[in-house]
Design a protein around this ligand. Structure first.
Ligand code: KDG
Length: 336
């Protein structure tokens, strides 16, 4: 029987018939971890990614999403990717500076002026350079998505000037640059994983936190915070990270499907994040009863001046070349 099979294969090859390639797309179940609620625009991005995967693999792939830090916080999940025990995490860059210090560049206060600048930097050569650094750490960055411009909430007073920050117990992401920034503003800054923030606010262990409007809304911080101030003090990207040990074991076709579907998710997630920002701001005031305030240009200038030295204090830690490349990229964009 074996001889007959060999004869058939040999004949087929000799006649130039292509044998069916080993299935380039395996049946897979992919888990993705995230720290926020499914109602956040990341949920829209994940749903688009799921649709894309189903179509491109003819239903062979299943994407299971785990929300609100169910599989662990951003850093824990990222470490699981590096060890090959979890496929994917959608995480802020900030908690991962211990893995890749260059990510700290995104935490420099008042770095980006608007979303268009952020997109141009993240989707251009600078973003590619960051993704290459992530790969050196066992993490494949499939795409940058949007966490967004961060604003301060608290339960003590409206913050409309530099002096209003004084003494507030503010939760910050686990990151020296955010810690330094909020200490420079006169607060009692406290690093904490995102999953612990709501309870800490509810029990009064902290007075304040800072996040984009859609996160404040979808994580229901309006239930435990009274004041929202439009500080826009930093823009945080999300990274859609995949385990490199797993990614490297996939076929080229499967790797391309992951990249393509994460980019389709990016388009939807950024769109919904920007569409919902104003809606979220209105919702936390109308439904959540939060008192909202803008900050005058004069007072914002004083706040920016106070935190400007953070750049020099953390330049070496981030990587002087990284900071210089970011500032040069922004200078070019602003000259266009
Ligand atoms: O998984 C993503 C969340 O953890 C994200 O919202 C992080 O902005 C963040 C924060 O404040 O920790």
């Amino acid at each position: 029987m074996k001889t007959l099979a060999k004869i058939c294969v040999t004949t087929a090859l000799a006649s130039g018939l292509a044998l069916p390639a080993v299935a380039e797309i395996q049946t897979r179940t992919i888990s993705v971890s995230n720290g926020i609620a499914e109602t956040h625009p990341v949920g829209n991005g994940v749903e688009k990614m799921r649709e894309c995967m189903t179509e491109r693999t003819d239903g062979k792939w299943t994407l299971n999403a785990f929300w609100s830090s169910a599989l662990g916080d951003d850093l824990t999940s990222a470490q699981a990717l590096r060890s090959g025990t979890l496929e994917m995490v959608i995480t802020s860059t900030s908690p991962l500076v211990g893995i890749e210090p260059a990510l700290g560049v995104f935490d420099l206060p008042f770095l980006f002026a608007n979303e268009a600048e952020a997109d141009a930097v993240l989707d251009g050569p600078f973003g590619e350079m960051i993704s290459e650094k992530m790969a050196e750490n066992g993490l494949v960055n499939l795409s940058f998505w949007e966490n967004g411009f961060r604003n301060l909430t608290n339960s003590v007073r409206p913050v409309a000037s530099l002096s209003d920050f004084e003494g507030l117990r503010v939760r910050v992401m686990q990151n020296n640059i955010f810690l330094d920034t909020f200490q420079a503003l006169g607060t009692n800054a406290m690093p904490m994983a995102f999953g612990e923030v709501f309870t800490a606010l509810e029990t009064g262990a902290i007075d304040a936190q800072e996040n984009p409007y859609v996160t404040i809304d979808t994580s229901q911080f309006y239930e435990v915070q009274d004041y929202l101030s439009a500080t826009r003090h930093a823009y945080t990207p999300f990274m859609v990270l995949y385990s490199k040990p797993m990614f490297d074991s996939y076929s080229e076709e499967e790797q391309q499907i992951l990249r393509d579907c994460a980019m389709e998710g990016q388009t939807v997630q950024r769109e919904v994040s920007r569409e919902l920002s104003d809606t979220a701001l209105a919702h936390v005031q109308e439904e959540g009863g939060m008192e909202f305030n803008e900050i005058s240009e004069e007072n914002l200038a004083e706040i920016r001046e106070r935190v400007a030295p953070v750049y020099d204090r953390h330049k070496e830690e981030i990587g002087a070349d990284v900071v210089d490349q970011m500032l040069a990229t922004l200078e070019e964009l602003r000259a266009e």
